[in-house]
Structure formats: structure tokens, C-alpha cells
Ligand binder design. Structure first.
Ligand code: DAH
Length: 347
């Protein structure tokens, strides 16, 4: 198209646009695309080079004239917009900006991430299992037959009333130990040992100031041909020093669990009184976990020959560990899951 014609089209386009435009910022954008450095005028000016030599001066002059004319029109239009702007449209750039509230992860999520970071370098892989589980994996495979009274301690939520099949009733996992035999079965079938950490939700029929029906535990399990109790103690001490701090001490107190033999409860020195004894811990120690050497019946259920394989296991409460680490005495543990932002933002 001859340059002359292009000029006329642009002149008309701009004229129509200036009549219709209703918003100041749209005008600025349009001005930019017409008169800006990479706008239509710059494009037209480049084309002068291709015009016949004798036409160049005239067409160049016309382009410049049109450009000035349009620049003036844009100015007039801008002033019109400016005159219409009321005080309410003005922005006071000296005012402080609106405060943006930062969120953060829930304290239990943070505890879970920290626990995982401590165990993974020791060779424990983080594993997950269903929260809806068979009675078999929660109890029976852990050496607690159907009639056994020890089961009462777990105050379990059963989902099905009837025994559904050889694996019993369906329930919500009352502890992370339910993952033990599942993991062993998977690994023993491949001729491998186990070294896993299971950090997960647990459910029990309990709700008072120190109990919530849904809480978290983390379970460590190691099974191999030569796993010893020394390794259990070393692993637990490593965790305690890294999670609670170097000054904290650990002790194992003989206890009884059906799924470990021997069994222990693990105590950690109290961080509030530095093991001197206070109203929270009484004698300077706080109970924090259960642990022991995996019972031969449990190894068998997992597909291992207890004459060749040994293992250790431990189970900690996540909420309890976090409270003890930070010396938090939350009056009512249920607040943790009440989703009240005023409570949660304190941590
Ligand atoms: N599952 C137990 C509980 O919920 C805790 C526990 C005790 C886990 C001993 C273990 C263990 O792995 O060896 O109270």
C-alpha cells in the first residue's frame, strides 16, 4: 500500500478512537502504540527509505505533520480526562500500604517435616499406609489376638461392626504400628530388610484437655539380620539430641508391649526444669515414647524367620514431642485442631 494511503488510514483510525475512548489509562496505552518508540509512526518512518527519491521530502514532511497533530490531540484528550478526575480517584502515594498478613505452616506440619529431616539421613525411608485399616494389621499381626484385653488401651474407632473377612473388622488406625507388618510383608517378599519411618494420623475414642480424637505418631522400624538393641538406643538418642537439643538425656524404662520383647518406655529429661523436677515432670523425666525389640511373632507375621532376623521399633507422639521440645504448655490440646487463627498464629 502506498505510504500516502497508510497515513490517511492512520489519521482516520486515531480520530475515531479519540471520539470513542472513555478511560484515561486506555488512552495512554493507545498513545504508546501509535506514538511510542515501537509504535506505528516509527514503522511508517522506516518505510520512507523505500519511497521513490523525489517523493521522500514530501512524504517525510506529511508524516511529521500528522505526528504533531496527533500528539496535540492526545494532549487535549488527556487534559479532558484529568479535569474529570475527582479527589476520590486520586491515590495518595505517601500513605502506608495495606498490611498483608503472612501465613505459616501448622505447628504439627512443621514438627513432621523436622522429624523426617532427622531420620532420612540415617537411612530410614518415609513410608505411608492407609488410615483405614484391617484389625489384623492394627492388632492381630502385632501379637494381640482378637480376645486380648491389651487391645482396650487403643480405644479404637471401628468402621464395620462385623468381622468382614480373615483380616477382621475395618477400623481407623489407632497407632502407626499398624504399618509395621505391612512394610515387613512387602520387604521380606523381596528378601530385603526394613528401615522405615511412618509419620501419620492416628485415631482414638478420646477427647479431653490432653487428648484429641485425631493426633499424630511417628514409628521407626528396622529389621535385618543383625539389628541390635544398641542400635535402637543409638537411634533414639540421635533423634532426641537433634530434635530436643544436645543437653537432653534419654533413659529406657522396662515396660510391656505385646509387639516387642523386651519393651521399654522412653523418657527424656524435662526441658522446663532441666531435669531438676517440677510440677510438669515431677521427677525431672517425661515419658515420650514406646519402643523395643520386635517380637518373634510379629517378625513371623511379617514373613521373616525370627531365628535369622531381628528388629527394633519405636513409636512417639508428634504433638507431645513438639510440646516438649518448645516447652509449650497448651492448656487444651484440642485447640491445636480448632482452626482458630488467633491461637495458631502464636506459634
Ligand atoms: N504403638 C504404641 C502406642 O501407640 C507405641 C509403641 C510402643 C510403638 C512400642 C512401638 C513400640 O513401635 O515398639 O502406644
Amino acid at each position: 500500500m502506498p505510504l500516502q494511503e497508510e497515513l490517511e488510514i492512520l489519521r482516520k483510525e486515531v480520530k475515531n478512537y479519540l471520539q470513542e475512548i472513555a478511560r484515561g489509562e486506555a488512552l495512554s496505552q493507545y498513545e504508546f502504540s501509535i506514538l511510542g518508540r515501537k509504535g506505528k509512526f516509527t514503522e511508517l518512518a522506516k518505510k520512507i527509505a523505500q519511497a521513490p527519491a523525489e517523493e521522500k521530502p514530501a512524504i517525510g514532511k506529511q508524516i511529521n505533520e500528522l505526528k504533531h497533530e496527533l500528539e496535540e490531540k492526545f494532549q487535549v484528550k488527556k487534559q479532558e480526562f484529568h479535569a474529570q478526575t475527582t479527589d476520590a480517584d486520586m491515590i495518595d502515594v505517601s500513605l502506608p500500604g495495606a498490611f498483608q498478613q503472612y501465613g505459616h505452616l501448622h505447628l504439627v506440619t512443621r514438627a513432621i517435616e523436622e522429624i523426617e529431616r532427622i531420620f532420612v539421613p540415617l537411612g530410614f525411608s518415609r513410608m505411608s499406609y492407609n488410615e483405614i485399616e484391617w484389625d489384623y494389621y492394627a492388632f492381630e499381626a502385632l501379637n494381640m489376638p482378637r480376645w486380648h484385653p491389651a487391645r482396650d488401651e487403643w480405644e479404637t474407632f471401628f468402621i464395620s461392626e462385623d468381622v468382614v473377612g480373615p483380616k477382621g473388622r475395618v477400623l481407623l488406625t489407632p497407632h502407626t504400628s499398624s504399618g509395621q507388618v505391612r512394610e515387613m510383608q512387602k520387604r521380606s517378599a523381596k528378601g530385603q530388610g526394613v528401615r522405615m519411618i511412618n509419620i501419620a494420623k492416628c485415631y482414638r475414642r478420646q477427647s479431653d484437655i490432653s487428648h484429641v480424637p485425631m493426633f499424630h505418631q511417628f514409628e521407626g522400624l528396622a529389621v535385618d539380620r543383625s539389628v541390635t538393641m544398641r542400635e535402637l538406643i543409638g537411634t533414639v538418642e540421635y533423634f532426641v539430641k537433634n530434635f530436643f537439643g544436645k543437653k537432653r538425656k534419654v533413659r529406657l524404662r522396662p515396660y510391656h508391649f505385646r509387639f516387642t520383647e523386651p519393651s521399654f518406655e522412653i523418657d527424656v529429661t524435662c526441658g522446663i526444669c532441666n531435669a531438676k523436677g517440677c510440677q510438669y515432670c515431677k521427677d525431672g523425666w517425661s515419658e515420650i515414647a514406646g519402643a523395643g525389640m520386635v517380637h518373634p511373632n510379629v517378625l513371623k507375621a511379617g514373613g521373616y524367620d525370627p531365628k535369622k532376623y531381628t528388629g527394633f521399633a519405636f513409636g512417639f507422639g508428634v504433638e507431645r514431642s513438639y510440646m516438649m521440645k518448645n516447652n509449650l504448655n497448651i492448656g487444651d490440646l484440642r485447640l491445636l485442631y480448632s482452626n482458630d487463627i488467633r491461637f495458631l498464629e502464636q506459634f
